[in-house]
Design a protein around this ligand. Sequence first.
Ligand code: 4NP
Length: 159
Amino acid sequence: METLNNKYKVLFVCLGNICRSPAAHAIFEHYVREAGLQDRIKADSAGTYGGHAGEQPDRRMRTAALYRGFAVTHISRKVKAMDFLDCDLIVAMDDQNYEDLMHLAPSVEATHKIVRMADYLTTHKISYIPDPYYMGAEGFSHVLDLLEEACQNLLESLK
Ligand code: 4NP
């Protein structure tokens, strides 16, 4: 794990930054604290679409995550150019997020920071984190299953 400005910074990115990425942010932060690595690793999240900027996370995601012990409290914001300089790892939830981030990246070096969340899945055979926005409670629960596993493996990969 290389660190720049003390902490290794991980940015989780989805479309709206109200469902998947703020949940990933909260879950990852929870595991980082559990591992006592909060002084070494910092988490953040953002969306490629700014239409929900300033909003709380989706209530359905807050409820589903809290049921598992994760408080999802991040206020939505759009990805900004500085993120590509500030962050060490930028984690895209799905292929569209990945492509959008690759286009937004200001340099070739910055593109090397972009990875897919699903690359950290081991037991679940799916190549992306599905958007639960138009799904029912089962969709949110499935997304949380995926995020918990991916966050654990991501943290292991950084240790
Ligand atoms: P997220 O979910 O990308 O996981 O935050 C979505 C939230 C809002 C919209 C789409 C996806 N939307 O189109 O407003």
